[in-house]
Ligand binder design. Structure first.
Ligand code: SF4
Length: 264
């Protein structure tokens, strides 16, 4: 994997999620290279071969933090903060050390068990929450769509360790792939270790999007009967498939009294 420097790009950016003012990514690009990733649509490099890191990352982050009040910042919008390169570059680890010293906290999302390396730092930032994302209930299907990402077992074990020491944990079941993702079985797998479970549907911007191209290639090869159905479902949030799934999940939520955030 080639890791190149990214010059003078803004580090801290306004956050699209209503709970947070700011978001940031310690890396640009993501080695996990999930075929459905929406961020692929804006990718500047081929993520299978090259990612980028910010030049003078901590110095510039420190300057940016000195201009705002301590608060929770969302980490991991367009990249995984614990992708393999984090083992050597420690951009996320350094970021957390700085946040902890300056009284900030994070809401962070990953697919990697490497997140447990920083458990001590998370426990020192009690307003922080740490989440994993998951989309497939078996490894065979997961490998079709996200073969370079860590296995589900590693993610769930990480979540368990985080929860055990009292860190606020969440799971993002995303993207829900129609007729492939079994949302109920994923809920069962993560519910003992998640304070909150968010559920997001597959969303494709347009037929020209690179992630739609990737998904279609996989469907054509492995689920040829689904390609045409996906064309109808993936581009419409009001499709009966989503309406029915929303209803089913609401019923499960009230029956089992679960803290689900259904964003389908
Ligand atoms: S881990 Fe997340 S950011 Fe990275 S490629 Fe997969 S979906 Fe995209």
């Amino acid at each position: 994997m080639k890791v190149s420097k990214c010059f003078k790009r803004k580090i801290l950016n306004p956050c699209n999620l209503e709970m947070y003012n700011y978001q940031m990514d310690p890396y640009i690009g993501c080695e996990h290279f999930c075929n459905y990733c929406y961020a692929l649509n804006e990718a500047e490099t081929d993520w299978e071969k090259e990612i980028m890191i910010h030049e003078e990352f901590i110095e510039r982050l420190s300057q940016a933090l000195s201009k705002i009040e301590p608060q929770t910042i969302y980490i991991g919008v367009d990249t995984d903060p614990y992708q393999p390169s984090e083992s050597s570059f420690k951009q996320t680890g350094k970021l957390l050390e700085l946040f902890e010293k300056r009284g900030f906290s994070v809401c962070i999302l990953t697919k990697s068990g490497l997140v447990t390396r920083d458990i001590d730092l998370y426990t020192k930032m009690p307003a922080s929450s740490v989440g994993i994302s998951i989309a497939f209930q078996n490894e065979q299907t997961r490998n079709l769509f996200e073969k370079s990402a860590p296995p589900n077992k590693e993610r769930i074990e990480a979540l368990e360790k985080l929860k055990k020491v009292g860190i606020d944990t969440y799971t993002l079941i995303s993207p829900v792939m129609p007729f492939i993702t079994d949302v109920e079985s994923l809920i069962e797998a993560v519910v003992p270790f998640s304070n909150t479970i968010w559920i997001y549907r597959l969303q494709i911007e347009s037929e020209e999007s690179p992630n739609w191209y990737n998904i279609q290639s996989i469907l054509n090869r492995h689920f040829p009967d689904l390609t045409e159905q996906y064309r109808e479902i993936a581009f419409s949030e009001d499709h009966p498939f989503w309406l029915e799934l929303r209803q089913q999940l609401k019923e499960i939520q009230s029956k089992k009294d679960l803290n689900l955030k259904i964003e389908l």
